[in-house]
Design a binder for this molecule. Structure first.
Ligand SMILES: [Zn+2]
Length: 277
């Protein structure tokens, strides 16, 4: 068998998640000569339309949103030097409780076994050494993120080929700083909504439960530019308002929980590929 390059595969739900959650590691490992593969599960059709139009509002044409987000995703991959982009093209399910959850072809409604079978084919094809996806709550409860976790874990169980598997997370210490920056850059909404603040406090993990801290500050500019490629989406504009320096300061270290490992590399670790090279 021909020698395979070390390979990182990130499995994400929507166009733009690759930049927010893993832009740093995608850029860093590409720069280190590691092959990077991004799998994006949905078409992003429930994202913002031109001028911030939400699904169902005038000016939100789902097909046009899908086309726009596809272009943005390709631009982001170029910035991050992603070697292979694989699109599963399920319909975006929207936020939990939206009618789109149950629309025909929605990712949320797709049987896990179906999505897992498709992803298993990609695992066989690329044979990644490291796979990264979300935790079982999809980091913040979005149905497509939860479904990405489910199909990924099922596909990994079917194939049994991947030495190291990670879930993205954020340290609580960082979430606290994030809340402060949100208030600073949030504009009129100076007082945090208590429900939102409580939800934010539940996100992420206590610092001591994080196994893997990867310093990607050197690639903060690329991560910022990748996110800027997705500027049509309202929640990204918030990050972009911070500017590169503040953004890198806040988002420059990417953190993970190691959930599968055959290398025995000691934790905490500072490299997704520890024990593999
Ligand atoms: Zn998403």
């Amino acid at each position: 068998m021909a020698e395979r390059p070390l390979t990182l595969m990130a499995v994400h739900a929507h166009p733009d998640d690759e930049a927010t959650g893993t832009g740093g590691v995608l850029a860093r490992y590409a720069a280190e000569g590691i092959r990077t593969v991004l799998v994006t599960c949905t078409d992003g059709g429930c994202g913002d339309g031109p001028g911030g139009a939400k699904p169902g509002e005038p000016g939100h044409d789902p097909a046009a949103v899908v086309a726009m987000r596809r272009e943005e995703l390709e631009a982001s991959c170029e910035v991050l030097k992603v070697d292979h982009l694989e699109l599963l093209e399920y319909a975006d399910s929207g936020m939990m409780g939206w009618p789109a959850n149950d629309a025909p072809g929605s990712f949320w409604r797709t049987p896990v076994a179906d999505g897992a079978a498709r992803l298993a084919e990609l695992l066989h094809h690329y044979r990644p050494d490291v796979v990264v996806t979300y935790d079982e709550n999809g980091f913040y409860g979005h149905p497509d993120h939860i479904q990405a976790n489910r199909i990924t874990m099922a596909a990994l169980a079917i194939t049994g080929l991947t030495p190291k598997v990670y879930w993205t997370t954020a340290p609580r210490s960082m979430m606290q700083r994030f809340g402060e920056v949100m208030r600073e850059f949030g504009g009129e909404q100076a007082e945090p909504d208590p429900a939102e603040a409580a939800a934010l406090a539940e996100i992420g993990l206590p610092d001591e439960e994080i196994t893997t801290w990867v310093d990607t500050t050197e690639f903060g500019g690329q991560k910022f530019d990748a996110l800027a490629a997705h500027a049509s989406q309202g929640e990204n504009i918030f990050f972009l308002k911070m500017g590169k320096e503040r953004f890198t300061d806040l988002m420059g270290v990417e953190t993970f929980v190691r959930v599968q490992d055959t290398t025995g590399a000691a934790v905490p670790e500072n490299d997704l590929f520890a024990g593999l090279r």
